[in-house]
Design a protein around this ligand. Sequence first.
Ligand code: GLV
Length: 387
Amino acid sequence: MPVITEIEDLRRMHKRRTPKMFYDYAESGSWTEQTFRENSSDFDMIRLRQRIAVDMAGRSTKSQMIGEDVAMPVALAPVGLTGMQCADGEIKAARAAEKFGVPFALSTMSICSIEDVADHTTRPFWFQVYTLKDDEFMQRLFDRARAANCSAIVITVDLQIMGQRHKDLKNGLSAPPKFTIASMANLATKIPWGLEMLRTKRRFFGNIVGHAKGVSDPSSLASWTAEAFDPSLDWERIKQFRKMWGGKVILKGILDAEDARKAVEVGADAIVVSNHGGRQLDGALSSIRILPEVMDAVGDKVEVHLDSGIRSGQDVLKALALGAKGTYIGRAFVNGLGAMGEAGVTKALEIIHKELDVTMALCGERDVTNLGKHNLLVPKEFYGDWA
Ligand code: GLV
């Protein structure tokens, strides 16, 4: 067993264990991947202010996200095809999140269905939806989420049209994988993954297959998004979804102060500053760079969360210090899952928790809810002078 000390260790193990098409799906951004890269490298521009001779005993990372108690303000982001990184992946990730005491958000494009996850967990989870054309299907998703006792809906508002990720096209991404010479050659080197997959019946998009009408190729994410997603989305439609659900709503994919104000007007309970992990608009600014502008615009009116680029507890601390009330990890937990299943997700959470806790202490803070700009050293170039 290798000594695992950082998320990067889990990423390397994930790459070795999981078929290339699924590993690549998780680890890519769109087009040139500039935004994908800057989501991480922009965190590195921010430095931390060390303090000494302050009482560091009795620290706490406990906080709340949308009124729910969390062991640390780090939720597992909705990630499509998680159940292809490892058999029954969404169930395993949800259980790890529940045991750790952080929120789990299930993607509509999951392999395990809403009901599967509800049957294997005891605490309410969040359910993510896209903005689809088919009202009946949307209403059914909301009803299923309600029946599964989901405590919030996360509406993804930055994916009416899918950004192109070159590797997915080149790899012929599908769930389950289609057998081509290249995919079979690669699968032959992933025996433990394959044996586990053979033992589960969950190998299709569990929320879609058998539920959505008119999907010509249910194994292809690309064809489903092209056919089912609503290119004419507007704020009125978002309001409709909020009514159809009738509970707490988190709007994910806000990257502009004006859009953040609109999100407040339609009554979002929280917004997630996110560029979809650099998978949508390549060339957009990183989430961490936009966060201060969004905080200035709406920080006193709505709970603001941050997603995209978080790979460490130091990143979490920086986002919280710039005002976010909560953060999300996507790839970081998927790396853990792909590496070692449920234990790997737990490991990813433990790594991030320890990094957050120790960093907080060395910054002279005992309580995660007291973090602020006073903990950071931010160079002028970070804010930029974008016209
Ligand atoms: C789906 O949301 C994706 O980014 O692939």
